[in-house]
Write a protein that binds this ligand. Structure first.
Ligand SMILES: [Fe+2]
Length: 365
C-alpha cells in the first residue's frame, strides 16, 4: 500500500490491478444492464435525421443508408439493448463487406440513452460492491485520513457512452487555483466492460494535479510579498509533465485526484503500445478507417462506474459549491433526492463517512 500512496502523490493517479473480484464485476454489469432496462424504453433511436446527419450520407454508403432507412418504415426504429443493436447492424455490415468497427461508428450515431443516475452507495446491489471496507480503505490510505466525505457523485454513470476526447480536469475551480494542497477529493473508476489489451482507456497528465506554470508561480510569489496573498505552492510543481495512457481491465480500479488533467480515451498502438498520442491525433483512429489498422481494437462496449470521495477541507467545499450550480449536473442530483433520508445518513456514518448533501438539496429545492 505504501508504494501506491507514493505513486499517487507523485502522479495524481494510480491503477489497482484486478482489485475487484470476478463476482463483483459480474454483479455490477448485470445490475447496470437491469437499471438501463428499467430506466430507458430504448438505448438506440434510428431515424432519417440521424442517418442524414451522419457519415452515412456520403455517396459510398448509399446502399447501407437505404437499407437502414427501410428498417425505420418511414418513421423511426427503437432498439432496446446493445446486443439487439449489434444483431441488427452486423448482418448489414456483412452484406456490404464493411469492417466490424463500423458497429462502433454506428453506435455513436444512433445511441440515444446512456446516462444512469443510480447511486453506487444507495442502491443495494451496487453498494455491496462499492460500500465495503476494501474500497473505502483505499480512499483512507490515499487521503491518509479515516474520516471520509461523500457528496453524491457516485453512479454507475455512463452505460456505453460513445467516446469523446480532449484534455480536461474534473475539478476546474481548484485546478485554476494552482495550489499544492494535498489531495482532498478522488474519483475511483471501474470500466466494467473493458479489456486492457484493447484501446479505450484514459490518458492522464502525470503530476498536473499540482502543476503551476512558472509565469503564474512568479506572479503568486510577487502577490504574496506585496500584498500577503494566499500562497500554497512549492516551486517543484513547475516540472515537465508527461502524459501516460492507462488501459484498464474490467476488474481494475483507477483512482485519480480530480484536479488532474486527463482525456477520456486512449489509443493503444499495436507496434508500440507505450506510445502516447495527442487526443487531436487519436480522433483519426476512432473516426474513419485510416490509420485504424495500426491500433488495437476498441473496447466495445465501454462503460464507467465511479465513486467520488473527499476528505473535509475548504477546497472540497469550494468544489461542492461550484458543482451545485452546474446545470449539466442538476438532473443527476435531482435523481438522488432519495438519498436525503436518515437511513442513508446512518448507513454512511456506520463506516465513518460524512454525507455532504449540499448539491442534492440545492437541486431538489
Ligand atoms: Fe473526466
Amino acid at each position: 500500500m505504501n508504494n501506491i500512496l507514493k505513486d499517487f502523490k507523485k502522479n495524481g493517479v494510480v491503477k489497482l490491478k484486478n482489485f475487484f473480484t470476478e463476482q463483483e464485476i459480474d454483479l455490477l454489469s448485470k445490475r447496470a444492464e437491469e437499471l438501463a432496462n428499467k430506466k430507458f424504453e430504448f438505448l438506440y433511436l434510428i431515424n432519417k435525421s440521424k442517418i442524414n446527419g451522419s457519415f452515412l450520407s456520403k455517396p459510398r454508403f448509399e446502399s447501407i443508408k437505404n437499407e437502414i432507412l427501410e428498417s425505420c418504415h418511414d418513421n423511426e426504429l427503437k432498439i432496446k439493448s446493445i446486443n439487439s443493436f449489434v444483431d441488427f447492424i452486423q448482418p448489414i455490415l456483412k452484406k456490404y463487406s464493411l469492417k466490424n468497427y463500423f458497429i462502433e461508428e454506428l453506435h455513436a450515431v444512433f445511441c440515444e440513452n446512456h446516462e444512469i443516475h443510480d447511486d453506487v452507495l444507495f442502491d443495494e446491489v451496487l453498494s455491496s460492491v462499492f460500500f465495503t471496507d476494501k474500497v473505502l480503505n483505499v480512499y483512507r490510505e490515499l487521503f491518509q485520513s479515516d474520516k471520509l466525505v461523500y457528496f453524491g457523485e457516485g453512479q454507475i454513470g455512463n452505460y456505453n457512452k460513445p467516446p469523446c476526447f480532449g484534455w480536461h480536469t474534473d475539478d476546474m475551480p481548484n485546478y485554476k487555483e494552482n495550489t499544492s494542497e494535498k489531495t482532498f477529493q478522488i474519483r475511483g473508476a471501474v470500466f466494467y466492460h473493458s479489456e486492457d489489451v484493447n484501446s479505450g482507456g484514459t490518458k492522464f497528465l502525470h503530476g498536473s494535479h499540482y502543476y503551476i506554470r512558472p509565469s503564474k508561480l512568479v506572479k503568486k510569489i510577487i502577490k504574496k510579498i506585496l500584498w500577503n496573498k494566499n500562497f500554497n505552492n512549492t516551486i517543484l510543481n513547475t516540472r515537465i509533465l508527461l502524459a501516460k495512457n492507462y488501459f484498464p481491465g474490467r476488474r481494475d480500479f483507477i483512482l485519480w485526484d480530480k484536479r488532474i488533467m486527463h482525456s477520456p480515451w486512449a489509443v493503444k498502438l499495436k507496434k508500440c503500445p507505450w506510445l502516447n498520442l495527442s487526443p487531436s491525433i487519436e480522433k483519426y483512429f476512432i473516426q474513419g478507417s485510416f490509420p485504424r489498422f495500426l491500433a488495437e481494437k476498441n473496447s466495445f462496449p465501454r462503460s464507467l462506474g465511479n465513486l467520488d470521495i473527499g476528505r473535509q477541507s475548504k477546497a472540497l467545499d469550494a468544489y461542492v459549491e461550484f458543482t451545485s450550480k452546474r446545470n449539466d449536473y442538476e438532473d443527476n442530483f435531482k435523481n438522488k433526492s432519495k438519498l436525503l433520508s436518515q437511513d442513508f445518513r446512518s448507513k454512511l456514518s456506520s463506516k465513518n463517512v460524512i454525507f455532504n448533501d449540499y448539491c442534492i438539496k440545492n437541486a431538489t429545492t
